[in-house]
Design a binder for this molecule. Structure first.
Ligand code: MN
Ligand code: MN
Length: 458
């Protein structure tokens, strides 16, 4: 059966176009005026985007002696409800384990359960000759993007290892994302705080200062410059880190910058909330100052930020965040957000005039597709592309509340946030998977074996 989406405004980074979309099977078969299909979806007054891509999620991930509240099943259902038709999740190597084992484990968790299409990045946590030898196999298995941590004892690599890994990226044409915080120094600050009896959530941001993000961004970018490879800074949160990125770009380096809605819309004052409420916002890097926020908005509007992902990593307040009731260092780090990324960024960015709807399309869909080897199958509304489509109705305002979310979490960091407009319909490879708040077709998500990352997405 063919479907035509009629009367909407089609969005790409290059502009807006009033046109119909004809869907046949899983693909877009035509774009133009007055198209006809067996089924008609009226999109008048709506913005029609290529399905959004969330390039930074953690589903069903064991952390701090517990497991994230969202499984691949619930997390990808929430993704669809927010217009996200593809996620890229971080398969994560165990110390002592191989990359292949990690990939097998992640496939075991995800395959057959996802509502949206999905692929994996691979986090390299145990760098040795076996790991080195497996990088090419990963690329063969469709994993062409990798991640290293410069923080967290059980995950982090040393500077020398990072340098070695960057050199390998050059050989396989992969791209490396890095969590930029100075882990060993953070550990010192955190231990000091706890020893002094400073154990409330308010100490989470105080022991993860902006300076230690900027320092790690600088270190990563200088090592990437040495290796002569592009760099992907994940979840940038500070003006300090941004300055380091500007420096690297001025040196001529290819740097891709990711940030997340929480760093644009929530700030560190939330950690001072009464009681243990601040634990809801414990994520790393932490929420930052209003000044950092302003700097990120300015950078986003100037086109200096390339992609907005969520770092979705959900834990319930009851029973999970509460593990750190007496010691903030035991609070599992992470927040839910996959369901509300587009609505939050549309509301705070487009509706306020800080960014255009074309810029929103670029950071939510087009650049992640280009950067991670999915373009033009994903990230574009054009004949031949997958019919992954998110229809946003800017007139249909809503309010975010945990009571109505699909995320399997007992709170939302955006509780009470009034959205300008909301998602109305979502198509995944031609099938309507979301309509007026209702999901259908569970488990339709497919694994995306990705090609070589496509650098220089402009
Ligand atoms: Mn991280
Ligand atoms: Mn993360």
């Amino acid at each position: 059966m063919s479907t035509v989406i009629k009367g909407g405004t089609l969005v790409s980074s290059g502009g807006l176009q009033a046109a119909d979309i004809l869907i046949e099977g899983e693909k877009i078969s035509a774009i133009g005026p007055e198209l006809r299909g067996e089924r008609v979806v009226d999109a008048s007054g709506c913005l029609v985007f290529p399905g959004f891509i969330d390039a930074h999620t953690h589903m069903e991930m064991p952390v701090s002696g517990t497991v994230t509240a969202d499984s691949f099943q619930t997390g990808t259902a929430a993704a669809i409800a927010g217009g996200t038709t593809t996620i890229l999740d971080f398969a994560t190597q165990d110390k002592g384990g191989s990359l292949q084992q990690a990939l097998d484990v992640w496939h075991g968790r995800a395959d057959g359960h996802c509502w949206c299409d999905y692929g994996f990045h691979m986090a390299i946590c145990d760098w040795n000759e076996n790991t080195r030898a497996q990088l090419r196999e990963m690329a063969g298995a469709g994993v062409t993007s990798f991640k290293c941590y410069l923080a967290y004892d059980n995950l982090m690599v040393s500077d020398a290892q990072l340098c070695d890994i960057l050199t390998e990226m050059k050989k396989i044409g992969g791209i490396l994302g890095v969590h930029c915080e100075n882990g060993p120094v953070l550990d010192l600050l955190r231990e000091r705080a706890v020893r002094s009896g400073n154990v409330s959530p308010a100490w989470h941001p105080r022991t993860r200062p902006a300076l230690l993000e900027g320092e790690a961004v600088s270190r990563f970018l200088r090592l990437a410059g040495l290796a002569g490879v592009p760099a992907w800074v994940v979840h940038l949160s500070t003006a300090d880190g941004l300055e380091e990125i500007r420096l690297a770009r001025r040196r001529g380096q290819e740097v891709y910058v990711e940030s997340c809605p929480q760093y644009f819309t929530l700030d560190e004052r939330l950690y001072e909330s009464p009681g243990f409420e601040g634990a809801k916002y414990v994520c790393s890097p932490p929420l930052r100052s209003r000044e950092d926020q302003a700097a990120l908005w300015e950078a986003l509007s100037a086109g200096e930020i390339d992609l907005i992902s969520t770092d979705h990593c959900s834990f319930n307040f009851k029973g999970q965040k509460e593990l750190g009731l007496r010691d903030f260092t035991l609070i599992p780090n992470g927040m839910p957000g996959i369901e509300h990324r587009a609505a939050v960024m549309y509301t705070a960015g487009v509706a306020t005039g800080r960014i255009s709807v074309q810029q929103l399309c670029r950071v939510l869909s087009e650049t992640p597709a280009k950067l991670f080897g999915l373009y033009p199958t994903k990230g574009l509304l054009a004949p031949g592309s997958d019919a992954d489509i998110a229809i946003y109705d800017p007139r249909r305002d809503s309010v975010i509340t945990a009571a109505r979310q699909h995320q399997n979490c007992d709170y939302s960091p955006y509780e009470g946030f009034k959205t300008s407009g909301s998602l109305r319909d979502v198509f995944l490879r031609g099938a309507q998977v979301f309509r007026d708040g209702e999901l259908s077709l569970p488990g339709m998500g497919r694994y995306l074996s990705r090609g070589r990352a496509f650098h220089s997405p402009e």
